[in-house]
Design a protein around this ligand. Structure first.
Ligand code: CMP
Length: 139
């Protein structure tokens, strides 16, 4: 499965603005197949664990605060070369730099409120998928 999956999260502002449906539709139309899906609330502890790799970055605590500020949607997506294909599809981290028509260009509001997360490597896609879903939940 590695190489063909990526983990995405629809972030709090996109959920609060009512954009879950629009974002999932863009993903589907982009050829990403939903393998697992859930609406959830991250605790401080869980958010810190998810973003452990950024623990030394100055924006870490703000990122944790933001990602725990409301419900998010986590999903495992499948497509050939999923990690890179999805990163191209969502656009640059900062929505102001995201290419036209990408998810972050359409739904992102700021560097922090950038609508969606996407795994940055095949290895992290597997780790992040297992963080949110049990094997039985990935179909
Ligand atoms: P994401 O790809 O989900 O993973 C880390 C997040 O940190 C990133 O999206 C941004 O939303 C957020 N972030 C906040 N500040 C920065 C920054 N200065 N550089 C990179 N990412 C940042």
């Amino acid at each position: 499965m590695a190489g063909n999956i990526t983990l995405t999260m629809i972030k709090p502002e996109a959920v609060a603005e009512g954009n879950i449906g629009g974002i999932l539709e863009m993903m589907n139309k982009g050829g990403f197949k939903i393998k697992a899906l859930k609406l959830l609330q991250l605790s401080e502890e869980r958010a810190k664990a998810f973003y452990e790799v950024h623990a030394e970055r100055p924006f870490y605590q703000d990122l944790v605060n933001y990602m725990t500020s409301g419900p998010i949607v986590a999903a495992v997506l499948e497509k050939e070369n999923a990690v890179q294909a999805f990163r191209d599809f969502i656009g640059a981290t900062n929505p102001t730099e995201a290419a036209e028509g990408t998810i972050r260009a359409v739904y992102g509001r700021s560097l922090e409120s950038n609508a969606v997360h996407g795994s940055d490597s095949d290895e992290n896609a597997v780790i992040e998928s297992a963080f949110h879903f049990s094997a039985e939940e990935i179909l």
